[in-house]
Design a protein around this ligand. Structure first.
Ligand code: PLP
Length: 369
């Protein structure tokens, strides 16, 4: 049996009956958009994050662009983001007409906070802190820089559901936390979904209006908004998932610890965790300088699937050719794109499956493919 990089069916199987009865309950309720499931989920998610408000939205990308829109960041403004971020992070910035300013990642695969100040210009309005692979950015440094330069901080928590920076849950530290509930994320929905979290009453109130065509009363529209509503079915199912989020994170933490203990292939660099941060282990990403593609091929030959997060850094993406960047502009992010590999990691992964992955990796020898 092939080992997949991710297997959502396993996680589903852990609590299938609960999801199914919740789905039937919502289907039979006769109410499908903005109802009591969404309201209850927003309260429960805000409580988990430790933020005053949560507003449900239709996706993680919507959470990002709507967050910048609510902060009035658009054409002529610059937003600082790590050069190895996911493309959606950059789209969340550019959809509003703002310009991404890239900063190299550090050895923890997150933005190198020590390089942020050099990227600040008079047009800089915000820092987008992407907690990549589940690990928190250095939020002390980021919040300090933001305070001194009067910048907003948006956290992209799509991959970091329930992780911490010095005891504080991510999504409660900056001005706005943006979450995706895409099925592969820590607390994944059964379709597309997202939300923002914030302690700011005004941002939360404006977000509720914005997501629903800019109306707070039916057919009375205050602003040109969007249709970005979390639906009742997803919210209901997310409420079931949220009950088990801590268990899921703990299980992935145990899987990560087993990889840490078992992998001993020379040249393989294991994930490093920054002091003060923890990881929800959205991915277990190793660096394989000079032999990533060969090791991935070796694993594939042995029926083990892997994924690359991400093979092309946003500044070299065809979608952003108009920004005018070239290879060599962000050498660290470019090097990472050529050496990172995400090993199989999912709730419900068996010890035998993981043993096979570890054994196969440790048995790799150059030229064996
Ligand atoms: C998944 C993801 C997004 C986008 O979320 P969608 O729900 O797919 O729109 C944004 N940022 C990061 C870091 C992600 O991993």
């Amino acid at each position: 049996m092939r080992i997949m990089p991710n297997d959502l069916g396993r996680q589903y199987g852990l609590h299938a009956a609960e999801y199914e009865s919740k789905a039937i309950e919502v289907l039979r309720s006769g109410w499908y958009i903005l109802g009591r499931e969404v309201e209850a989920f927003e309260k429960e998610w805000a409580a988990m994050v430790g933020a005053k408000h949560c507003v449900g939205l239709a996706s993680g990308l919507d959470a990002l662009w709507i967050a910048f829109r609510l902060l009035n960041i658009g054409a002529g403004d610059e937003v600082i983001v790590s050069a190895n971020a996911y493309i959606a992070c950059v789209m969340g910035i550019t959809i509003n007409g703002a310009t991404p300013v890239f900063v190299e990642p550090d050895q923890y695969d997150n933005i190198d906070a020590g390089k942020i100040e050099a990227a600040i210009t008079p047009r800089t309005k915000a820092i987008l802190a992407v907690h990549l692979y589940g690990q928190s950015c250095d939020m002390d440094k980021i919040m300090d820089i933001a305070r001194r330069h009067d910048l907003k901080v948006v956290e992209d928590c799509a991959q970091s559901h329930g992780n911490h920076w010095k005891g504080q849950v991510t999504g409660s530290i900056g001005d706005i936390g943006c979450f995706s509930f895409y099925p592969t994320k820590g607390c994944g929905a059964f379709g597309d979904a997202g939300c923002i979290t914030t302690n700011d009453d005004d941002i939360a109130a404006r977000c509720r209006v914005f997501r629903n065509y800019g109306s707070d009363r039916r057919y009375h529209n205050k602003v040109v908004g969007a249709n970005s509503r979390l639906d009742e079915l997803q919210a209901g199912l997310l409420r079931v998932k949220l009950k088990y989020l801590q268990d899921f994170n703990e299980e992935r933490c145990r899987i990560a610890a087993r990889y840490d203990a078992g992998l001993n292939l020379p040249g393989l660099i294991k994930p490093r965790i920054r002091p003060g941060a923890d990881s929800s282990w959205h991915q277990y990403v190793v660096h394989l300088p000079g032999f990533r593609d060969e090791l991935a091929a070796w694993l594939d030959k042995n029926d083990i699937g892997t994924i690359i997060h991400y093979p092309i850094p946003p500044h070299l993406s065809e979608a952003y050719a108009s920004l005018g960047y070239h290879r060599g502009d962000f050498p660290i992010a470019e090097r990472y794109a050529g050496e990172v590999l995400s090993l199989p990691m999912y709730n419900g992964m068996t010890a035998e499956e993981q043993e096979k992955v570890i054994r196969t990796i440790n048995a790799y020898r150059p030229g064996c493919v």
